[in-house]
Design a binder for this molecule. Structure first.
Ligand code: ADQ
Length: 465
């Protein structure tokens, strides 16, 4: 069996200081690497003079990390990744910043990665590069003489062609994808928008079996939806920690039903729209005040980027407004927690909830929706309210699918969920649960790496498209 090499911006494999991984990619890849005898390469998260790669093995996962100089962090990570590509790929042109320095930093860091990692690659390794931070890396590894099979997976949406045109170097970015042998997206929707660019902008052709050809170069491109580590998550939902949490939360509700949201604090997650939808529900259904409490857990992320400071301030104000308008001496309608929680506690919170409110404005997949489904009690499951713009909506069809921009639709869905009979809740939940279990993170990893292993190795290093 080939070794698996994973390369992504951050290595968030578990460490003695942080034994449980946090973030969608971290949770998914830790499980995948433990199964294969892999190494996970990436940035340490530390700023400083770039030195040697540091190798560390903990809990079955080997990681190799490097520090980055401050300028690189500002231009590559805060800049091109988080102020250019992230908002653009999430359809937020108004928040997207276009700076040539950012793009320079992005290419510089990708080149550095290619230089430091390539000496550690063995001939049979399968190399799997992750996400928008690392799009040019495959191309730069090829320039280092790497002829291994190279896969790339995009964890966020692929934007429509006309939106991508706003990026000055869009063509260069997409051409770099043709250095990989396999490119993966979560859903058919993102795959098809990629096809659209390739055909319209590059004059490429698409064949039925996922082959995409531009010029003389053919690669494979597939939809391969990521899952959660379902077995582990179901077990943690039954752990003592989860049961204790569930009891503690339920006791605190005084008979009210819990609506829960769990998200990184990010404008793509639709938190402002969610709060407004809940406010609409409270404003228009005074009788329901005796029935519900909402808990939103949102640990801050990317706090050095202005748009993240802005969304945090907006949510602070809005949560204050909701509670100011509707709280009683013995009831707070919205509990807003800016902190990460251990997995077992999180599972207990999901299980205590009657409604999971997952309403991103755009999301490549969204693992919280799948975790909520996995944690439910089969005899009395809660209802998932899910944005139609999350990649997960293609699989979780038993959810109440809503348009997250509409506060009325959100308020109606909350009411619908509160009144849903148990039989219907079970009938909606069961196929979603089966899907979460069948198409879990192990399935995802196997499917991607099997397709990758079956691609042909590149004969030549110099690739022209
Ligand atoms: P993210 O944008 O980080 O991932 P998501 O898929 O929802 O979004 O994953 C978040 C993960 O972080 C979940 O596993 C969740 O449990 C965890 N998490 C969130 N808040 C937490 C809290 N307060 N405490 C503890 N854990 C918390 C990106 C893309 C997604 C895609 C994933 C994987 O944006 O669309 O699903 O990668 O590909």
């Amino acid at each position: 069996m080939s070794r698996l090499i994973v390369i992504s911006n951050r290595v968030s494999a578990p460490t003695p200081q942080q034994p449980s991984a946090q973030g969608g990619l971290a949770v998914a890849l830790t499980a995948a690497l433990r199964e294969a005898d892999g190494i996970w390469f990436g940035w340490s998260g530390e700023t400083g003079e770039t030195g040697e790669l540091k190798f560390e093995t903990f809990d079955g996962v080997t990681s190799a990390t490097i520090d980055l100089p401050e300028q690189d962090v500002e231009e590559y990570y805060d800049g091109y990744a988080n102020r250019t590509l992230w908002p653009l790929f999430h359809y937020r042109l108004g928040l997207t910043e276009f700076e040539r320095d950012f793009q320079g930093g992005y290419e510089r860091v990708n080149r550095l990665f290619a230089e430091v990692i390539s000496p550690h690659i063995e001939p049979d390794d399968l190399i799997w590069v992750h996400d928008y931070h690392m799009i040019p890396l495959g191309w730069l590894l090829r320039q280092q003489g790497i002829t291994n099979r190279l896969g790339f997976f995009l964890h966020i949406p692929w934007p429509p062609t006309d939106l991508l045109h706003a990026l000055p170097e869009h063509r260069r970015l997409v051409e770099a994808l043709f250095a990989y042998d396999l490119v993966g997206f979560h859903t058919r929707e993102w795959l098809e928008t990629f096809h659209d660019y390739v055909v319209r902008e590059m004059g490429g052709t698409i064949e039925d079996d996922d082959r995409v050809t531009v010029g003389g170069r053919t690669i494979r491109a597939i939809a391969c939806p990521i899952g959660i580590d379902a077995r582990e998550f179901i077990a943690s939902a039954q752990s003592n920690e989860a049961v204790t949490t569930q009891n503690r939360v339920v006791e605190s509700l005084s008979g009210r039903r819990l609506i829960v949201g769990v998200d990184r604090l990010d404008y793509s997650k639709g938190l402002e729209e969610r709060f407004n939808g809940y406010l609409r529900f409270l404003d228009t259904r005074p009788d329901a005040h005796a029935q519900v409490t909402m808990l939103q857990i949102a640990p801050p992320s990317r706090a050095s980027v202005q748009s993240y400071q802005d969304i945090r301030a907006t949510l602070d104000a809005l949560s204050g407004r909701i509670n100011g308008a509707h709280a009683e001496i013995d009831w707070v309608p919205l509990r807003y927690v800016n902190r990460g929680l251990p997995r077992g506690v999180l599972a207990g919170v999901y299980r205590a909830a009657k409604i999971g409110l997952v309403t991103p404005l755009r999301d490549g997949m969204n693992l919280v929706a799948k975790e909520f489904v996995a944690a439910q009690d089969p005899e009395d499951p809660g209802v998932l309210i899910l944005s139609r713009f999350a990649g997960a909506a293609a699989q979780l069809t038993g959810a109440l699918l809503i348009n997250p921009y509409s506060p009325d639709e959100m308020a109606d869905a909350i009411e619908h969920a509160l009144n849903m009979p148990r039989d219907e809740r079970i009938a909606r939940w069961r196929p979603m649960f089966d899907n979460v279990v069948d198409e879990d993170v192990i399935w995802w990893r196997k499917r991607f790496t099997e397709v990758l292993a079956s691609t042909e190795r590149v004969a030549e290093v110099a690739l022209e498209v």
